[in-house]
Structure formats: C-alpha cells, structure tokens
Ligand binder design. Structure first.
Ligand code: NAD
Ligand code: UDP
Length: 320
C-alpha cells in the first residue's frame, strides 16, 4: 500500500453519519478503520466495505484506550438521539469525556488530526436566535439532556486544551439536526419517528404543541461540510447545518402530506429542557469552508422516506 494513502479512523463509523463518511472516504480511495461498539450502529450500514483491502472494522468502546497508526481521527462515537443517550446517561457522559480524552491521547501520540462531532446542543435552550458560534449557550447542568449537552461541551474543552498544551491538530464541528437514510427506525429522533409512524399508518406524535423549531440538514450536505473542515485550516468551532427553520408541526404536516395524508397528528408531553428553537448561523462555514447546504428539506425527505419504505417492507417480508 503506498504510504501516501491517508489512514482514517472513524469512531462511531457504523452509525448513521459515520457510515456515510465511510462511504465518502472509501470512494475517495483512502484507508478507513471503522471503530464502533454497535450501541446504535449496525454492521449493515458498512457491510458493503467488509472484506475490502482498504477497510478494517474494529469492535471497541472508546471509553477504553486503543493504539492504532492513523493520520486522521473522525471522532463521532456517541449516541445522538435523546432516547438513546438518556438510556444510560452516565455511560453517555463517559463516552463523551473518556472517549474524547482517549482519542485526543491517540491523536497526540501519533500526530493525527482529530475532528470532533460536537453539536448544536452546546447552545442548550438558546436565548439568542439564530445561533452563531460566539454564543456561549444556555444549558441546564442537571437535567435529562445534560449528560449529552455537557458531555459535548467538555469534549470541546478537551480538544482546545490539547491544542494549547500539546499542539494537537483539532477540528470542532457543531452539527445541527441531520437526517437521511440509515437512521434507525426506532431511533427516536423526529424525522425518523414521523416517517416510520406515517408509513405504519400510526398517528404522528408531536411533543408539546409542535411549535418548537429545528433546522434540518440532509446527510450528504453534512458529510461534505465535515470533509471540508477536516481538510481545511480553520479549527472551529464551526456550525454545520441547514438554516431552513421549521416548526415540528410543519415537519409533521410535510411528512404526512408526502407519506400518508390519512394519519392524525397527536400531542404528547414536551420532554424536560426540550429547546424551543434552533437555527444555525453558517456565515463562518460559508467564509472559511466555502460550504453551504444544497439540499432542501423537501428534497432530502424523498430518499429518506424511500429508505424507510424499503426497510419496513424488507422487515415485513422477513428480511433484515
Ligand atoms: P448514531 O447513534 O447513529 O451514531 C453513533 C455511533 O457511535 C453508533 O454507531 C454507536 O454504536 C457508536 N457509539 C456510541 N457509543 C460508543 C462507544 N462508547 N464506543 C464506540 N462506539 C460508540 O448517531 P449519529 O447521528 O450518526 O451521530 C454521530 C455523531 O454526530 C455523534 O457524536 C453525535 O453526537 C453527533 N451529532 C449528530 C447529530 C445529528 O443530527 N445526526 C447532531 C449533532 C451531533
Ligand atoms: N419530537 C416530536 N415528536 C417525536 C420526536 C421528537 O415532537 O416523535 C420533537 C422533540 O420534542 C424536539 C424535536 O422534535 O422538539 C427534535 O427532536 P429530536 O429528538 O429529533 O432532536 P433534538 O431534540 O435533539 O434536537
């Protein structure tokens, strides 16, 4: 293997975003080590690469150290859906802190550049709208979302302390709600929930009155931004998301119209600390990375709906 091929480690590589990143790097002719503990990831997401000479798969938990020779670390390992990250909140905090600490230690030892998949959740329930990177956030330290939000905040802190103390090359990306094929049908996040409910002819579950907002980015746009950040000179933190803002009720109505106009919308209690609004300012990404999203919500929902349609049909016919 020529030495010039970039060796990538993708933690959380069997998950939703990680598996799309695997595809992009493999298609670019690079080497990929996909590391995952399969908490929310699935081998099916990366099965197309198993056995390929440039692809390795490692079952490992990032809360434990690991020694590998790599040039780039894409650190995505962490459950992202509230349902999953609240399942064992202490484990989520450990994954964010110890996982990032272990990966930064590895990056330092081998001189690799590390990209952290941080989140818009570092802004908490924001008092400033839309959110630029300079906004410091409004996060509850003791609520049910804190294991994730504060976990990502300390992960960002660790990155910048490794940069200051050891000169480690870091890239910090604040990801806003991203959706697309390969989300789990029982993932619990809103886009997959609504599509799966509509396909099954079940009512769409609005938490609260559905007036809270989110800004939804299609996975291909997100991965393009992630690659530009890793390859560029700007270390971040940098918002990557689609500024198109929708209420959750608007999203439900859009999905209902596309999938199954017969289904009802029903209201369920709003979970504690659920942010009321969220929209990225992406001026920094536009300036520093020449990046902006190109896929509208309407466009991105099409392949996402098609994916879940196929998945549910395969499950109904006894496939996987
Ligand atoms: P996901 O749940 O599909 O992927 C996370 C992956 O990490 C899974 O494959 C899971 O098995 C793995 N993982 C979890 N804990 C691990 C551990 N301790 N050791 C090893 N592997 C572990 O979620 P995703 O949407 O692909 O998110 C990927 C990253 O992007 C996460 O860090 C998440 O916080 C961040 N992010 C995602 C979004 C989004 O909207 N998708 C938004 C903000 C931030
Ligand atoms: N949501 C909802 N119904 C669902 C799932 C989620 O109304 O079945 C709401 C949720 O309360 C939140 C928004 O949709 O206001 C986005 O939720 P998600 O879990 O996708 O992401 P996050 O809250 O982390 O942004």
């Amino acid at each position: 293997m020529p030495a010039s091929i970039t060796r990538n480690l993708i933690t959380g590589g069997a998950g939703f975003l990680g598996s799309h990143l695997c595809d992009r790097l493999m298609d670019a002719g690079e080497e990929v080590i996909c590391l995952d503990n399969y908490f929310t990831g699935r081998k099916a997401n990366i099965s197309q690469w198993i056995g390929h000479p440039r692809f390795d798969l490692i079952r490992h938990d990032v809360t434990e150290p690991i020694k590998l020779e790599v040039d780039r670390i894409w650190h995505l390992a962490c459950p992202a859906s509230p349902v999953h990250y609240q399942f064992n909140p202490i484990k989520t905090a450990k994954t964010s802190f110890l996982g990032t600490y272990n990966m930064l230690g590895l990056a330092r030892r081998v001189g690799a550049r590390l990209l952290l998949a941080s989140t818009s959740e570092v802004y908490g329930d924001p008092e400033l709208h839309p959110q630029p990177e300079s906004y410091r956030g409004c996060v509850n330290t003791i609520g049910i979302r804190s294991c994730y939000d504060e976990g990502k905040r300390i992960a960002e802190t660790l990155c910048f302390d490794y940069q200051r103390m050891h000169g480690t090359e870091i890239r910090v990306m604040r990801i806003f709600n991203t959706y697309g094929p390969r989300m789990l049908p029982d993932d619990g996040r809103v886009v997959s929930n609504f599509i799966v409910q509509a396909l099954r002819g079940e009512p769409l579950t609005l938490y609260g009155d559905g007036s809270q907002t989110r800004s939804f980015c299609y996975v291909d746009d997100l991965v393009e931004g992630m690659i530009r950040l890793m390859n560029g000179d700007h270390c971040g933190p940098i918002n990557i998301g689609n500024p198109g803002e929708f209420t959750i009720r608007q999203l439900a109505e859009l999905i209902r119209a596309k999938v199954n106009p017969q289904v009802e919308l029903i209201e369920k209690p709003l979970p504690q600390d659920d942010p009321l609004q969220r929209q990225p300012v992406i001026a920094l990404a536009q300036r520093e990375l020449g990046w902006q999203p190109s896929v509208s919500l309407e466009q991105g929902l099409e392949p996402t709906i098609a994916y879940f349609q196929q998945l549910l049909q395969a499950a109904a016919s006894g496939g996987h």
